[in-house]
Design a protein around this ligand. Structure first.
Ligand code: NDP
Length: 293
């Protein structure tokens, strides 16, 4: 078993991004600028946004964090989105999801100018992705693609099984891996909660991508020898007696599945590390005007 080391890869990519910032500076161009809007006080969202802002600083990007209370109205939030759309000093921005229940997430996502939509959640970007046009790829699938590319994991002609069909992970993952290109050209099966005899599918997988949000769901008897395992899941499980009282684990039982796998991502230290870096890559593309001419 070999480890697909997200932490190391993220470090490498951050160095490349920092070099790009310096190159831009040498040409008299300002640092790429990412803005993040956080509404409410969901603890996980606070951690995610903090990581994003911190990662910007690490590579020399500029970042702006806009924090609003849980009682922010949809109209107020749409006003902020319009301001960011119009602000020429902001290259890209994200509105951290989930939003408080009284705000319609779809309306907010649709209000974001696709040219600044570095999360890649706007239907304009999603559609462009599906058609293979230049776009901002959603960060987690983009991170997985980058990992497969840099570790030179062959995907062409392989059986890929994706577990989970969310709009932000499973579905885009299945589209990207089945498209022409490298990584890509795979034969993809997309499984979800209505899939019958899930293990019959997973056992056929040369590459298994797990994104369902159930701790250690995939066990050794569900995979074949030599499988490449991409574990997207990040789950908290109780761990009495530890300092924090919990531990993080993926959707895959790392110990047992790892003993059969050729390559596997750890959790933490795998896909999650690349998700943030992918957002930075999108922000650099936005600053360079690479996606929408
Ligand atoms: P969602 O909850 O949006 O989607 C889960 C998907 O899994 C759904 O399509 C659901 O099917 C499917 N599913 C649920 N139970 C089963 C089951 N028993 N068998 C088969 N399929 C099942 O999750 P996300 O895609 O947002 O996230 C998935 C995981 O990835 C989570 O652990 C999350 O924390 C993690 N994550 C990690 C990121 C990272 O940076 N590494 C980023 C984003 C998420 P159905 O559609 O039928 O309901």
């Amino acid at each position: 078993m070999q480890i697909l080391d997200g932490k190391e890869l993220a470090k490498e990519i951050r160095q490349e991004l920092a070099a790009e910032v310096e190159k831009r500076a040498a040409m008299g161009k300002r640092a790429p600028h990412l803005a993040a809007v956080l509404v409410g006080d969901d603890p996980a969202s606070q951690v995610y946004v903090r990581n994003k802002v911190r990662s910007c600083e690490k590579v020399g990007f500029r970042s702006t964090l806009i924090r609003k209370g849980a009682d922010t109205t949809e109209a107020e939030l749409l006003g902020i989105v319009q301001q960011l759309n119009a602000d020429e000093t902001v290259d890209g921005f994200i509105v951290q999801l989930p939003l408080p229940g009284h705000i319609n997430e779809e309306r907010v996502t649709l209000a974001i100018d696709p040219r600044k939509d570095v999360d890649g959640f706007h239907p304009a970007n999603f559609g462009r992705m599906a058609q293979g046009l230049p776009c901002y790829l959603p960060a987690t699938p983009a991170g997985v693609m980058e990992m497969l590319r840099r570790y030179e994991i062959e995907t062409s002609g392989k059986e890929v099984v994706v577990l989970g069909r969310s709009n932000i992970v499973g579905t885009p993952m299945s589209i990207l891996l089945s498209r022409k290109g490298s990584p890509g050209n795979a034969t993809v099966t997309l499984c979800h909660s209505r899939t019958q005899d899930l293990a019959a599918h997973t056992r056929r997988a040369d590459i298994l991508v797990a994104a369902i949000g159930i701790p250690e769901f995939v066990k050794a008897d569900m995979v074949k020898d030599g499988v490449v395992v991409i574990d997207v899941g990040i789950n908290r499980v109780d761990a009495p007696g530890t300092e924090k009282g919990y531990r993080l684990c993926g959707d895959v039982d790392f110990e047992s599945v790892g003993s059969k796998a050729s390559w596997i991502t750890p959790v933490p230290g795998g896909v999650g590390q690349l998700t943030v870096v992918s957002l930075l890559i999108n922000t650099l593309k936005a600053a360079n005007g690479e996606v929408f001419a």
